[in-house]
Design a protein. Structure first.
Length: 488
RNA sequence: GCGGGUAUAGCUCAAUGGUAGAGCCCUGGCCUUCCAAGCCAGAAACGCGGGUUCGAUUCCCGCUACCCGCUCCA
């Protein structure tokens, strides 16, 4: 296998060459932090999303919990708008955190909030404030706005300002009552969503890893406060195993609990699922998903208004007039518990995963270089994407060994039959060896070849991507053969 | 956002102050009975904008993108 740095270059090159990922707007020079998915990338990405939706939502059995699940629960999916009422982001706390005026020191590289400059220290001379030490070289206050701003309606004025969502999560919180009222769910239950989010990252970096437009797969799981710790641990462990089940090796994966200092002001427990991406220094990991215990922070925020921590409590932040600085909806988002006949504000466990980051990890993990013996038995190098069959963009390719003697006709019949169920490819160009290699680079798990024997006994060869081993399979059994091995 | 580097074909690279070559890939044809075969033909590039110059892909400046450090990451 190639060395780490080299590996990433090869992965990026393969992504471009085979049509997985392109720079956005490339013919105009590209635009930083945005990427396009090509024909194979779009299929791969759909498969990542669908694997998640299948495993977390559609395939969830709310009547019989498997071992390890604290209790049965319901799971429903929603899809909410990217542009939401601006008050959502004020109550959630995003607005204030994103609107900072910041001052940088060109010398010591420190960064200060403009409104807190008087309370800050110069890192090189802690007895003085930034700018007071002789070597300080401060920039003017500059506005950092990490949320994309837009205008609703054609009229451009401050009244019509809105934002592209920086996370999908708020869509679930603001629809908590709607789901409760319509989906016949009771605690505990989860709301799931997959969708695009946008953050004006200061430094997009590492290929698609830190993009300004990205896609999230998020669950907001609502439960009784006294059960929330149990559910937090359940989701943390389950989400880790999900990545393993789709092929990420446990050696490159890590489940990391945040230290108390690292926790957000509202969180009483957060763990990240992290992957040792090849572009990171040895020993460092990058986040794929965060599983956060958010307590009742979100529902309370949307009831009462933006919350801040005071001691051990979260209280509504007030303005100079004593009223909430950023009021909530004022709607009652509490839950009526039929058993205790009392109302409570559910706690929330939030497994929040990145589609693009997972996809990148799956590709990095799958990239392999090995050797396959040629017709003389001499090992020849090959590049192969050993993607999990559920993720592979193309599930199988069908070839006629040669372009005559009825082989193309038979191969096309098989191709059309399989095409009704899976994304399959047909290829009759070039030597058979080259066609196998092409599919290897695309990550296609199986290649089906019609040869001279097919006419005699109705069998074809099926070649396994990872082992290159072939076996003869009757055409009539192909569908069942693939169904079993594609695990779908 | 700061500092450094890079930018030539889809990919990997080369050459050049007088408008660019190769390998792989790709397309068409011939040939081909299982792991990158061969032959013929073909398509395809100097990131963008200025400046210097008779002439710039080449030298200079700016921009953009990517890479490497730092910073940031609700």
């Amino acid at each position: 296998m190639p060395e780490k740095n080299e590996l990433m270059e090869k992965v990026v090159s393969l992504c471009k060459r085979r049509g997985f990922i392109f720079p956005s707007s490339e013919i105009y020079g590209g635009i930083g932090g945005f990427w396009d998915y090509g024909p194979l990338g779009a299929e791969l990405k759909r498969n990542v999303r669908e694997a998640w939706w299948q495993d977390m939502v559609q395939g969830h059995d709310d009547t019989t919990p498997p071992p390890g699940m604290p209790s049965p629960y319901a799971m429903v999916g929603i899809e909410t708008s990217i542009v939401m009422h601006p008050q959502v982001w004020k109550a959630s706390g995003h607005y204030d955190l994103f609107q900072d005026l910041l001052i940088d020191c060109r010398r010591c590289k420190a960064r200060f909030r403009a409104d807190q400059l008087a309370a800050s220290q110069c890192p090189e001379k802690p007895s003085k404030r930034p700018g007071e030490h002789t070597t300080c070289d401060l920039t003017p206050p500059r506005e950092f706005n990490l949320m994309f701003k837009t205008y609703v309606g054609a009229l451009v004025d401050p009244e019509s300002e809105a934002y592209l969502r920086p996370e999908t999560a708020q869509g679930m919180f603001v629809n908590f009552r709607n789901v409760l009222a319509t989906a016949r769910v009771k605690l505990p239950f989860g709301i799931a969503q997959i969708g695009k989010s946008f953050r004006n990252e200061i430094a997009p970096r590492y290929f698609t890893y830190r993009s300004r437009e990205f896609e999230q797969m998020e669950i907001e799981f609502f439960c009784h406060p006294e059960e929330s710790r149990l559910w937090y641990e359940y989701w943390r462990d389950r989400r880790f195993r999900w990545y393993v089940s789709l092929g990420l090796s446990e050696e490159r994966l890590r489940l990391r609990e945040h230290s108390p200092e690292e926790l957000s002001h509202y969180s009483c427990g957060t763990a990240d699922v992290e992957y040792a991406f090849p572009f990171l220094p040895e020993g460092e990991f990058g986040e794929l998903e965060g599983i956060a215990h958010r307590g009742d922070f979100d529902l309370r925020s949307h009831m009462e208004g933006k919350l801040v921590r005071r001691g051990d409590e979260l209280v509504v932040e007030t303005g100079p007039d004593g009223k909430p600085r950023h009021p909530g909806s004022g709607k009652d988002l509490s839950y009526f518990d039929e058993e205790t006949k009392g109302r409570l504000i559910p706690h929330v466990i939030e497994p929040s995963a990145g589609v693009d980051r997972s996809l990148l990890a799956f590709i990095c993990e799958a990239y392999a270089e090995d050797a396959v013996p040629d017709e003389s038995g001499v090992p020849q190098p090959r590049v192969v994407l050993k993607l999990h069959p559920r993720l592979a963009p193309v599930k199988a390719a069908v070839f006629p060994l040669i372009r005559r003697d009825g082989m193309p006709e038979t191969a096309l019949e098989i191709y059309r039959e399989l095409k009704r169920v899976w994304n399959v490819a047909y290829d009759d160009r070039g030597s058979i060896g080259r066609r196998y290699r092409r599919q290897d680079e695309s990550g296609t798990p199986f290649c089906i070849t019609v040869d001279g024997q097919t006419q005699e006994d109705g069998t074809v060869t099926v070649r396994d991507r990872d082992t290159t081993v072939q076996e003869r399979v009757p055409i009539v059994e192909l569908m069942a053969y693939l169904r079993e091995r594609l695990a779908m």
